[in-house]
Design a protein around this ligand. Structure first.
Ligand code: CP
Length: 313
């Protein structure tokens, strides 16, 4: 059991290296719980978790819901389409209203970067960022690191992770790059010039504008979807052209380490950033990432809401 407690989880920068490792170790215990015939522990009995999603989600929302329920919490899901924001209520008023109902944790996804930080300033509940605009998706990065440790061993120090595709608009890329750096991995960011952040090199990441050299010798190849919902105009000639130049196929994957794993946060655009045979191939751990998501989010909820001394199981 760890002494670590989280007031909020808004950004990977809320965790130092030791805290990130403690959280990942805690998630190991919860993975075991999720694989039992009876996948339920009383760790968060009497606690309330609100999932407030202003953007679509399959994986994140469902896994937070399962995580809360598997630990005995009361979990309520609120979506933008069914909330009073549709009647003109501000985000702040919506969140203050929910806070008045004595939630212990509010998990929020929002299209605007910084929205969880804004509500955290005046919230009694712990706020967990489930993805804010182009900014961050800290629990995705944690579940990705957890999955890497499951397949490559607990030490990510010195491992090479190539993150490829639409880096500029990806909150997943940003959170992964921040976390992997803390864990000592070498991060390569690869994408078309129009999809790379201008200051990535200054921040210490290796930047590539071709996929082949980025993948060469990598231990992990993480492909990203083009974030069409955040792109104002066309940043590449055609989808077919993008797939031809940037899509991960077997030929390109052969450049990576022989035991390299293929990751994707989902949702996938098959035939665009990742070819069918790779997405479903031997080295794909995409569904393992989904499984890890429940265990890691159980750990996050536990560290935000469990009473001191409460056991994991
Ligand atoms: N990876 C991820 O955030 O997926 P969802 O949008 O389905 O939650």
């Amino acid at each position: 059991m760890t002494d670590l407690r989280l007031r909020h989880l808004l950004s990977i920068d809320d965790l130092d290296r030791e805290a990130a490792l403690a959280l990942l170790d805690t998630a190991e215990s919860f993975l075991e719980v999720t694989r039992r015939p009876v996948r339920k522990v009383p760790t968060l009995r009497g606690k309330t978790v609100l999932n407030v999603f202003f953007e679509n989600s399959t994986r994140t929302r469902t896994s937070f819901e399962l995580a809360g329920k598997r630990m005995g919490a009361d979990v309520v899901n609120i979506t933008a389409s069914s909330s009073s924001t549709k009647k003109g209520e501000t985000l702040y008023d919506t969140m203050a209203t929910l806070d008045a109902m004595h939630a212990d944790v509010v998990v929020i996804r929002h299209g605007e970067s910084g929205a969880p930080h804004l509500v955290a300033k005046r919230s009694r509940a712990a706020i967990v960022n489930a993805g804010d605009g182009m900014h961050e998706h800290p629990t995705q990065a944690l579940l990705d690191a957890f999955t890497m440790r499951q397949h490559l061993g607990p030490q990510l120090e010195g491992k090479t992770v190539a993150i490829c595709g639409d880096i500029l608009h990806s909150r997943v890329a940003r959170s992964n790059a921040l976390l992997l750096k803390k864990l000592g991995a070498k991060v390569r960011l690869a994408g078309p010039q129009t999809m790379l952040p201008h200051r990535a090199k200054d921040l210490g990441w290796d930047v590539y504008n071709r996929i082949e050299p980025a993948i060469e010798g990598a231990d992990v190849v993480m492909m990203l979807r083009i974030q069409l919902e955040r792109i104002g105009g066309p940043l590449f000639p055609t989808t077919r052209e993008y797939s031809r130049v940037w899509g991960l196929n077997e030929r390109r994957l052969a450049l990576a380490q022989p035991n390299a794993i293929v990751m994707h946060p989902g949702p996938l655009n098959r035939g665009v950033e990742i070819h069918e045979d790779v997405a479903d191939g031997q080295r794909s751990v995409i569904l393992n990432q989904v499984e890890s998501g429940v265990a890691v989010r159980m750990a996050v909820l536990y560290l935000c809401a469990a009473d001191p001394g409460e056991s994991l199981s």
